[in-house]
Design a binder for this molecule. Structure first.
Ligand SMILES: *Cc1c(COP(=O)(O)O)cnc(C)c1O
Length: 376
């Protein structure tokens, strides 16, 4: 029996091999490997894709988030509100600026920040909110922006898993003050290495990020801030220009695959299927189900199912087994187990099934049959 991985990037590469290789070879022959027209052209194309006026490319989604916070002068003494259910980088960058992350529980339907719980954690120190469009599904941005307006807060959208998603017709990354994207290979728009970008309609913010991402250099060898070295490689920009042309098609394929999973899994007891909000376009970076827990305090039943699936050749993933507020490194923030119960339950129950644009129907059937076997 052939194994089904969570993603298969080699298969995707075969579809665009000639174009991608030509683009890479052109950069290699040009002799220009840092910056240049290829990077600025990608920035222009990506800004247009997200419907914003400014895009600054950088080295990763993590750097994009960090640069966004720095450009807004967030640091020591400030608080930044975010969800407890995300990749660690979302919180890590807050801490790295010197500010304190404040974690909010999630909405059990979408796994995104529970917008009804944001106001209760706002203090005089709060400077910004970072909603994360987890698994490719937009957060309720109407609610987030309304709160931000009434308390005068910045909004930085973590769009790492949601390139191409839309909230009420608007691309994610164009709604808050800043959008942060990752081009890590497994994201919806993935490079062949690391990459990231910031989107905004604010020219001053974009200019500040351009300075910060190059050692805080405002003029040649004149430094106004302690920054980073965070560039999108020219080769990666060339690859991303090719892949951006396919992104909508790939996101459409992901949507069709999600609909097939929904159908094939619909009558299976003991699991819950992902739910989507009306008026939003989910781009399915992950198809994440819940394996309902059988007994509190023991090992999550999900873990047992996952091992059985693996023995049958189906590699599933757990995003994420530990909520951010319970990460060992954040012990000193003083959160207790049980404090954010919805995210803690999700961390025990979530299971992401294989999901990539060219996953075949036969492979999906194999995933579903195996899952049925495991649950019996
Ligand atoms: C991937 C990811 C990041 C970090 O992006 P990198 O490019 O890997 O640095 C940040 N936030 C979320 C939600 C992510 O999924």
């Amino acid at each position: 029996m052939n194994q089904i991985p969570p993603v298969n990037l080699a298969r995707q590469h075969q579809l665009i091999r000639e174009e991608t290789e030509a683009a890479v070879l052109e950069v290699l022959s040009s002799g220009r490997y840092i910056g240049g027209a290829v990077v600025s052209e990608f920035e222009r194309q990506f800004a247009s894709y997200v419907s914003v006026s400014e895009c600054v490319a950088c080295n990763s989604g993590t750097d994009a988030l960090y640069l966004a916070l720095r450009a807004l002068n967030i640091g020591q003494g400030d608080e930044v509100i975010t969800t407890s259910f995300s990749f660690f980088a979302t919180a890590e960058v807050i801490t790295r600026t010197g500010a304190t992350p404040v974690f909010v529980d999630i909405d059990p339907q979408t796994f995104n920040i529970d917008v009804d719980r944001i106001e209760s954690v706002i203090t005089s120190k709060t400077k910004a909110i970072i909603p994360v469009h987890l698994f490719g599904q937009p957060t309720d941005m109407n609610a987030v922006m309304a709160i931000a307006r009434s308390y005068n807060l910045f909004v930085i959208e973590d769009c790492a898993q949601a390139t191409g998603a839309r909230w009420q017709g608007k691309p994610v990354g164009s709604i808050g003050h800043i959008g942060c994207f990752s081009f890590f290979p497994t994201k919806n728009l993935g490079a062949c290495g690391d990459g990231g970008a910031i989107t905004t309609n604010d020219r001053a913010i974009a200019a500040s990020i351009r300075t910060l991402k190059e050692h805080g250099m405002s003029d040649r060898y004149r430094h106004d801030a302690i920054g980073l070295n965070s560039r999108l490689d020219t080769i990666q920009a060339a690859i991303l220009q090719v892949k951006l042309r396919y992104l909508d098609r790939w996101n459409q394929q992901r949507t069709e695959i999600a609909a097939i999973y929904d159908r094939l899994l619909s009558l299976l007891p003991g699991i819950e299927l992902p739910q989507t909000l009306a008026n939003s376009k989910h781009v399915w970076n992950q198809y994440t189900i819940r394996i309902k827990d059988k007994e509190e305090d023991s090992q999550p039943y999900r873990d047992i199912v996952r091992v059985k699936l693996q023995q049958m050749g189906i590699i599933s993933m757990v995003y994420y087994p530990i909520p951010l507020h319970l990460q060992p490194v954040y012990k000193d923030l003083g959160y207790q187990t049980g404090q954010l119960p919805t995210v803690e339950q999700a961390a025990r129950e979530v299971l992401s099934l294989p999901m990539f644009p060219d996953l075949s129907f036969e492979e999906q059937q194999q995933v579903v049959y195996s899952l049925k076997d495991c649950l019996n």
